[in-house]
Design a protein around this ligand. Structure first.
Ligand code: ADP
Ligand code: MG
Length: 713
């Protein structure tokens, strides 16, 4: 509650609100009535248009630094096109996030006056919305990285803008080095602009041949910051209270809330809507609060709703992931609520794999977040943590992804590009040697590298797929196992948001219907069941309604399936195969499970022994970590499930395995001989011996491991 918050100068609080109220009346609602031309010309970058273009002309490398919302992403590409760069090649702009790439492309198409996919388009994984007309192309950094694989000089482009460089995603970091080389090789034919919202520009400049740094001063207003006096125990509840508090007590202006992920955002939205309707029933004078979520798996029509201007007399609250920190800008935000957490993907040595973890944000992120409140007028940011936490507990900057995530996909790509010495690669911030070695080890046990670390033919084929090595290995192995048709479907289903929904009032019914699709061997096959039944249904919409299945997700799965089939087709053409490698196993579903074992063998667990304190749950074979079957799994509380593989681990109050399939432990030895062996190979088949399955590698010392593995075959 607001009363208990401390602020820099408490006494002036009411005066501040009055000032805020006055300046609000002057600026609120103006932008929505401006024409597109007026809007474009009101952006800070417009004042700098000519100076910027001159620098681009004179330099091959340029760093651009500017506040979020100053017009970098939407305007610079258009300026370049207007200046004629598009006649020499496509103008590309990368984004770390899919949502940003699609939403910005839509906006720019609107500004240019074309449809998306014509002059302005976008490319994200499994979705290419460009044509031969396209001159401005927004894309994820991951997709540009894949294009380098095919065309290292990027000959079809004239200018590439690496946007949001401060995010320091792995793909952007790798592109730094790859594009630096390409620009030098093309001798003026390709220009690189690196844009960032923060000021580590000197480091960027130094890396790119001491190139100039161009500043765009943002149009920002002061933001008053409140902290809590005590640490918050439940930040969700405190977030909801703060939203309602702001809505009922503060002058007009929209609210932006930063949460960590989809589930949290959906729950918060539901609770807010409920609380607001109770409150408005009680007090009809309270105005309407429009509650809107934004996260990357949200369908795009829902995403664009956050950009619609708020009708007069109402207030909008947007609940966002850290996507709203810098990559999308929402106008009219005067209040920011920042609980101080973010969900990141990090390599967990205890589990030997990537997991999503929720962790405190950095001070730089906290400042970015509060800055969102001061774009249209003086704003307020409520930080749901103490000033002491901000000053003394938060790290100053976020650690770049490349220094904390699993690098096997990246290393596979580099190897496929012919870059053999990955330890000597010119990274701007070098990852720890250990992380690279771990990735090499993983690629070795997946057969992508040979014992000398050289890319195998198999690895070459794996690099053909724009997906994690575990998935690409499974896909390629499924050809050997003659079940690729089914595996493609399952992987398409795994790549879309959860297809099942459980409305609050009908949970039991939804669960009962879902159970009809359950396969006794596990969730991968359950997904296949669902897809097949949906695909056969006469009226797919009705089928979805009756079965509590999201139609959008199903259609997306079908699209991903189509894209995967296309990749298979290309792979066949490249290998000059005349017969398609898409093969159905015709109901022999054991083959499917074997294909998944050949990719996911490291994600294996076995039922805990009877005397084990973890009895009733499972332990991973790699690290012996206790893990549990998620209640949504078709294997939940099923008997006779001794060995399983899982798709992901999710940490909530316990370590939960998601998407689990029952396996025969013998398969581990058969299909992952580089990783598993039995204590005595001559007695492979006896249960007693297979209980002694052991990973070959000493995980505590990957360097030792890597050396060891060289000598072993
Ligand atoms: P920057 O990249 O410097 O953060 P942008 O170019 O993304 O800035 O945004 C400039 C302005 O364009 C924003 O202030 C906003 O008004 C408008 N804008 C951007 N994306 C959209 C969108 N999808 N819908 C409506 N307006 C948008
Ligand atoms: Mg931007």
């Amino acid at each position: 509650n607001q009363m208990s918050r401390s602020s820099e100068n408490e006494i002036k609080d009411s005066a501040y609100k009055e000032w805020q109220r006055q300046s609000r009346n002057q600026s609120y609602g103006i932008r929505s009535s401006m024409t597109i031309k007026e809007q474009r010309e009101s952006l800070p970058v417009y004042q700098k248009r000519d100076a910027l273009l001159q620098l681009v002309q004179q330099n091959d490398f340029l760093i651009v630094v500017g506040e979020t919302g100053s017009g970098k992403t939407t305007q610079i590409t258009q300026y370049l096109a207007e200046e004629g760069y598009s006649t020499k090649g496509v103008i590309a702009c990368t984004q770390p996030r899919r949502v940003a790439a699609t939403s910005v492309a839509k906006r720019v198409a609107q500004e240019v006056g074309c449809r998306v996919g014509e002059e302005v388009g976008y490319t994200i994984r499994f979705e290419d919305c460009t044509s031969n007309k396209t001159i401005i192309k927004y894309m994820t950094d991951g997709m540009l990285q894949r294009e380098v694989l095919v065309d290292p000089d990027l000959t079809k482009y004239s200018v590439i803008m690496l946007d949001e460089a401060h995010e320091r995603t792995i793909a952007t970091d790798v592109l730094f080095a790859l594009l630096r080389e390409a620009v030098i090789r093309r001798k003026g034919g390709l220009k690189l602009i690196v844009t960032s919202a923060t000021l580590d520009s000197q480091k960027f400049s130094k890396y790119f041949e001491n190139c100039p740094v161009f500043h765009i001063e943002g149009r920002t207003f002061p933001v008053k910051i409140f902290y809590t006096k005590e640490p918050e125990l439940d930040y969700i509840q405190s977030t909801i209270e703060t939203v309602i508090d702001v809505h009922t007590n503060n002058p007009p202006g929209d609210i932006l809330v930063f949460l960590t992920g989809k589930e949290e955002i959906d729950t918060c939205c539901e609770t807010l809507v409920e609380k607001m309707s109770l409150l408005r029933a009680e007090k009809p004078t309270v105005s309407e609060l429009i509650v809107l979520p934004i996260y990357s798996s949200l369908p795009s029509e829902m995403q664009s709703r956050i950009f619609e201007p708020t009708p007069p007399g109402k207030r909008k609250v947007v609940l966002a992931t850290n996507i709203a920190e810098t990559s999308v800008t929402i106008d009219g935000i005067y209040y920011v609520i920042d609980p101080g957490y973010v969900k990141v993907n990090a390599y967990d040595p205890k589990l030997g794999m990537d997991t999503l973890i929720v962790q405190p944000i950095s001070r730089a992120q906290a400042d970015q977040r509060s800055g969102r409140a001061g774009r249209t007028g003086p704003g307020i940011c409520y930080r749901l943590y103490t000033k002491n936490a901000y000053l003394n507990e938060m790290p100053a900057n976020t650690v770049p992804e490349i220094q904390r995530q699993n690098l096997s996909y990246t290393i596979l790509m580099l190897k496929a590009m012919g870059i053999d010495d990955v330890l000597g690669f010119n990274f701007m911030d070098r990852p720890k040697e250990q992380l690279i070695l771990t990735a090499l080890e993983e690629l070795y046990i997946l057969d992508a590298l040979d014992e000398n670390g050289v890319l195998t033919d198999f690895g070459q084929r794996m690099a053909f797929f724009p997906m994690e090595p575990l998935l690409s290995k499974t896909l390629i192995q499924s050809i050997e196992f003659k079940c690729s048709d089914e595996v493609i479907t399952i992987i398409a289903m795994l790549s879309v948001p959860d297809v099942f929904y459980r409305p609050k009032e009908k949970r039991d019914e939804a669960d009962r219907i879902k159970a009809k699709f359950h396969d006794y061997n596990g969730d991968h096959l359950t997904l296949l069941n669902v897809y097949n039944k949906w695909s056969d249904a006469e009226n797919q919409r009705l089928w979805c309604q009756n079965n509590f299945v999201h139609e959008k997700s199903m259609r997306r799965a079908r699209e991903v399936r189509r894209q995967l089939l296309k990749i298979f087709d290309n792979l066949d053409k490249r290998g000059r195969h005349t017969e398609s490698s898409v093969i159905s196993c015709r109901g022999n579903w054991d083959l499917i499970r074997k294909a998944f074992v050949s990719g996911y063998f490291k994600n294996s667990a076995k039922r805990a022994a009877t005397h084990d304190p973890e009895e009733g749950s499972y332990r991973t074979l790699v690290e012996n970590t206790p893990v549990h079957i998620h209640p949504s799994s078709s294997l939940f509380r099923k008997h006779g499930v001794d060995y399983v593989i899982y798709h992901t681990l999710v940490l909530t109050n316990k370590e939960y395995m998601h998407c689990i399939t029952k396996i025969d432990p013998k398969w581990l030895v058969m299909y992952a001989p580089r990783f598993f062996r039995t204590a005595d190979p001559s007695q492979l088949s006896t249960k007693k011996k297979t209980e002694k399955l052991q990973p070959l590698f000493n995980r505590n010392d990957p360097k030792e491991t890597w050396r060891l593995s060289k000598g072993r075959r």
